[in-house]
Write a protein that binds this ligand. Structure first.
Ligand SMILES: Cc1cc2nc3c(=O)[nH]c(=O)nc-3n(C[C@H](O)[C@H](O)[C@H](O)COP(=O)(O)O)c2cc1C
Length: 209
């Protein structure tokens, strides 16, 4: 399948957070650049484009980060009450080494200087913009049969130092990026009984919340 064969609605429907289905095959550079180009076309407040992408493929860095994430996972597991802990136990929360490629997405709050059109009222719009780049990348990846897994089980300072991010830039996501054997049809957290999806009707409000 080529990127042009997948409609936006189809990509949205098929998109999954991937953890266990990475095939181990590293994605070609051309594919990587296409999905980064999709990310880079995202809308942004004041056209600031506050994102950057650190591509990590060094196995040593991947393994080092995976070990850090394993620690964070353990701490979370230990914080849970017994029944939630047993539900959480079988859930895989990352595919850092198996995916073969990590993309650290960063947010630079200083990009665009002090007078940012639109962020003068809602400062978070800068961060929202960087997250939109991630969603673009995620959907483009689906069109390429590439899986994405968003990892947030990390200490921000640790990741900042691991990949040499200068202040005031922040890492906002580690994305595992790789070929997949399949896309699950149902989100992992739903399949493992952690949390179900809300019906659309519960999320839509008219005239007031
Ligand atoms: C901001 C954000 C952070 C996330 N962090 C993690 C994570 O650390 N580990 C993980 O396994 N999944 C993580 N996820 C994936 C969610 O668990 C997943 O999107 C959700 O369960 C719905 O599943 P789906 O994406 O397959 O539809 C994250 C998703 C988002 C949007």
């Amino acid at each position: 399948m080529s990127e042009s064969d997948v409609s936006v609605y189809e990509a949205i429907r098929r998109r999954r957070d991937v953890r266990a289905e990475f095939s181990g095959e590293v994605i070609p550079d051309e594919t990587l650049m296409r999905i980064l180009d999709a990310a880079h076309r995202a809308p942004s407040v004041g056209n600031t484009q506050p994102w950057d992408f650190v591509v990590v493929r060094n196995p040593e860095t991947l393994n080092t980060f995976a070990a850090h994430v394993a620690d964070a996972r353990l701490k979370f597991a230990q914080s849970l009450p017994e029944d939630r802990r047993s539900t959480f136990d079988p859930i895989k929360i990352e595919g850092i080494a198996e995916s073969g490629t990590g993309i650290v997405v960063t947010y630079d709050p200083s990009r665009g200087g002090p007078n940012i059109l639109g962020r003068h009222t809602v400062d978070d719009t800068g961060l929202f913009s960087a997250v939109l780049a991630i969603q673009n990348l995620w959907l483009a990846a689906v069109a390429e049969e590439i899986g994405i897994g968003w990892v947030s089980f990390y200490d921000e300072k640790y990741l900042t130092e691991l990949v040499g991010i200068p202040s005031p830039v922040r890492p906002i996501a580690w994305l595992c990026v790789g070929k997949v054997t399949e896309f699950q049809q149902v989100p992992d957290l739903e399949r493992f009984g952690w949390r179900q999806r809300r019906p659309l009707a519960d999320a839509v409000h008219y005239e007031s919340y």
